[in-house]
Design a binder for this molecule. Structure first.
Ligand SMILES: *Cc1c(COP(=O)(O)O)cnc(C)c1O
Length: 364
């Protein structure tokens, strides 16, 4: 019998949010809402959709393996050089490139308890040792994470804000952390939700790039930019680290349509503003709904919120599915009493809260 290498045999596969079509097949429901994968409930920008319809005759050609149009757009928007940018098939791709480039069986990587599930998968897939630091108030304990560095540590993964907790750390905390981490350790600052972050003390990773050659910022078009289906994300780093990532990258890891769509989305400020406003209102709506139901939640600066039922939440998740509402169980994040809910449009949030109220009423 054929067996995978030990590191791969031990892997727990990523569990995605349940697709709407799957629930439709299983339960035959007409009307389903999905608040499970932190997608933008507005749908993609109209400008992006219009541009993509012009590109169908490009289906037959390989994409530009250098991704010039998107790198140019990123370089202008964020004042970075082209050689500081690495494009990925989603930022998930970039996270894996990082693991492949810097980790092996002889090395270790650090991430926090309750951190994004792709970090453990990427680390274990290359056989590296995972050092998991205990969370502090559900978020990253940056002091403990810097303390955890050992001789063979090569990578530290930070998510700001973190998914699924929505927790974040301040500029002062990041500054202190970066000053303590040895220069031979790559710090990955995952900013998948930075476009949503409002607090004045929330740090912009870009402000740290010039000073720290061991810093890699990862960002994505899947969340606030509403392009999850296209799979497009990127890393910003020193040219030295970008050169290393480029060596392990597949020659055509990003498709043509993603390059076109992302370069247009990046300039659609109205769409981003609308997205932020909708998210802020929706977050308030859910927080208020949870308060009325006497449920506690972890304050979040992302486009999702983790709500606590104080009992294992699996039955509540299943009951919500039966009423056509898909949210996200997070037991695999050591949060068995929580569900994570993505912020939807007003009507979706309302329908979720009504379904939840019904489910909780039926139970007690
Ligand atoms: C969603 C997410 C990503 C990856 O998204 P891609 O679609 O692969 O770009 C990365 N990090 C965090 C914390 C996320 O929640």
């Amino acid at each position: 019998m054929i067996k995978a290498v030990v590191a791969v045999q031990k892997l727990q596969p990523y569990i995605p949010g349940k697709p709407i079509e799957e629930l439709q097949r299983e339960l035959g429901l007409d009307s389903i809402i999905k608040l499970a994968s932190n997608e933008n409930p507005l749908g993609a920008s109209e400008k992006v959709k219009a541009a993509l319809t012009q590109e169908l005759n490009q289906l037959t050609r390989y994409p530009d393996g250098n991704g010039f149009i998107l790198k140019k757009a990123l370089s202008e928007k964020y004042s970075v050089e082209l050689n500081q940018i690495t494009l990925g098939n989603g930022s998930n791709d970039v996270l894996e490139l990082i693991a492949r480039a810097f980790l092996n069986e002889q090395t270790s990587a650090i991430y926090s308890q309750h951190a994004f599930a792709v970090y453990p998968i990427s680390v274990q897939a290359v056989g590296a040792q995972a050092i998991v630091t205990p969370a502090k108030n559900w978020g990253h304990d940056l002091v403990a994470m810097a303390d955890a560095v050992v001789e063979n540590t090569r990578v530290i993964f930070l998510a700001n804000p973190n998914n699924p907790t929505g927790t974040w750390f301040t500029r002062a905390e990041l500054t202190e952390f970066m000053s303590r981490v040895p220069k031979n350790v790559v710090v990955v600052l995952d900013e998948a939700y930075c476009e949503y972050a409002q607090p004045a003390e929330y740090p912009n990773g870009l402000d740290f790039l010039a000073e720290y050659e061991n810093l890699i910022i990862t960002r994505t078009f899947s969340k606030a930019y509403g392009l999850a289906a296209l799979r497009i994300g990127y890393a910003l780093s020193s040219p030295e680290l970008a050169d290393i990532l480029n060596r392990v990258r597949q020659p055509f890891n990003v498709n043509h349509f993603a390059l076109v769509a992302a370069s247009i989305a990046l300039q659609d400020n109205d769409y981003l503003e609308q997205t932020r406003a909708l998210n802020q209102a929706g977050m308030q709506q859910l927080e208020q709904g949870f308060a009325e139901l006497n449920l506690s939640y972890i304050p979040s600066i992302g486009n999702f919120i983790a709500v606590d039922f104080s009992i294992p939440s699996g039955d509540i998740y299943q009951a919500l599915l039966k009423s056509g509402v898909i949210v996200r169980p997070v037991a695999n994040y050591q949060m068995p009493t929580f569900l994570r809910v993505s912020i939807g449009i007003q009507e979706e949030n309302q329908r979720f809260l009504a379904a939840l109220t019904q489910v909780l009423t039926d139970r007690y």
